[in-house]
Design a protein around this ligand. Structure first.
Ligand code: MN
Ligand code: MN
Length: 289
């Protein structure tokens, strides 16, 4: 439903703009995430995944844990990545902000330029490899590298990473984008090796295979997950706020049984600095957030 996507995109844009105002020295990561998630709900949407606050080489999937005590420091390069859904219509956006310094101005501007260049060539019938090609070209002109194992993606109902992926280099995929498809484009730019590896567990989970569980506590949490999040990523923090710390045991057992999976934090392989910019576009219509 296009109206749901338009509304989702409007909320997503407002939440990003609000989020940027929170990115200040000494701000607590958990307050940033929770204030943005509350703003999304206040505006009539739901978070499509837990708000990510990734600093420096931590490129993706770093959302504050329930007991997170980190605060932003001068010189931090923050990638704020957030998603909204309205009746399952997901929109996705990200922006990079450096806290009180401008040592990485070129890197951050490069991510924005790569995004703009990509958005400027998107139209019905374009091959996804072409979008990747222009992203890489823009980034390399500035002397940086794209992160090749992170990519944009199609968005679908209750699905953040639908197929096809929108690569940050020419990956040879000649899939053509079709009018009306909803697509997130997200160049990641680094002064490192151009790759992320798997780091620590993130406390972000999603449902992969709903089946019976014996344990009463785990079953109750699973029923809630299925009803509330469906196949969208959710935070351990959200469930702890709802049910208390016993959630930890339930999630462990659901993960062990292959019912849910936990995402890993994704650091740049050489601990390079990372900037990201992301917008959602409806093919043939335009940017919606
Ligand atoms: Mn995103
Ligand atoms: Mn995305």
């Amino acid at each position: 439903n296009m109206e749901d996507y338009i509304k989702s995109g409007e909320i997503c844009k407002k939440a990003r703009e609000f989020g940027v105002t929170l990115l200040k020295e000494n701000a607590r990561f958990i307050d940033i995430a929770e204030k943005i998630e509350a703003k999304i709900k206040e505006l009539g949407g739901e978070p499509a995944f837990p708000v990510d606050v990734g600093v420096d080489h931590l490129a993706a999937h770093d959302s504050p844990r329930y007991n997170d005590d980190r605060i932003l420091k001068k010189g931090d390069v923050v990638k704020l990545d957030l998603g909204v859904h309205v009746n399952g219509a997901v929109t996705d956006t990200a922006v990079t902000v450096e806290i009180s310094t401008s040592n990485y101005k070129n890197l951050i501007e490069c991510s924005e330029k790569a995004l703009q260049d990509a958005l400027s060539i998107v139209k019905p019938g374009i091959e996804v490899r072409e979008i990747g090609r222009i992203i890489k070209e823009t980034i390399e002109k500035k002397g940086f590298l794209p992160i090749i194992n992170l990519s944009g993606h199609k968005l679908d109902i209750y699905e953040v990473h639908a197929s096809p992926s929108i690569p940050n280099f020419d990956n040879g995929d000649n899939t053509k984008l079709v009018e009306g498809e909803v697509i997130a484009i997200e160049p990641f730019v680094t002064d490192g090796l151009g790759k992320v590896i798997e780091g620590k567990p993130s406390g972000i989970f999603s449902l992969i295979n709903a089946k019976n569980v014996r344990d009463n506590n785990a079953r109750k949490i699973l029923d809630y997950i299925i009803k509330k999040y469906k196949t969208l990523p959710f935070s351990e923090r959200w469930l702890i706020n709802e049910f208390g710390l016993r959630v930890k045991f339930a999630l462990l057992s659901l993960e062990r049984e292959g019912i849910i999976k936990q995402y890993k934090i994704l650091p740049e392989k050489n601990k390079g600095q990372v900037a990201q910019a992301e917008r959602t576009i409806i093919i043939g219509k335009g940017i919606i957030n």
